[in-house]
Design a protein. Structure first.
Length: 79
């Protein structure tokens, strides 16, 4: 019986994509990820729930950016 030959194609950047995937399982990254959940993610969750960042009242990048900056400025004053 004849064996079928398979060709596996890899993207040119596949090796570069594997590096962060390997780093994800290091102790240093896990510690950083735990800290990130407590600080950064908490800040955005707070903005969504307490400061109405789920929906915007403005249209356009400039106006929405202005609303976001004012919201986060008030959050900084609050902390």
């Amino acid at each position: 019986m004849k064996a079928n030959k398979c060709t596996i194609f890899r993207h040119l950047w596949e090796a570069y994509l594997e590096v962060p995937e390997e780093l994800r399982f290091t102790k240093r990254y896990k510690a950083f990820d735990k800290k990130r959940k407590e600080t950064i993610e908490h800040c955005f969750a707070d903005a969504k729930e307490k400061h109405d960042m789920c929906w915007t009242t403005y249209r356009g990048l400039a106006k929405v950016s202005m609303q976001a900056m004012l919201t986060f400025a008030t959050m900084n004053l609050k902390n």
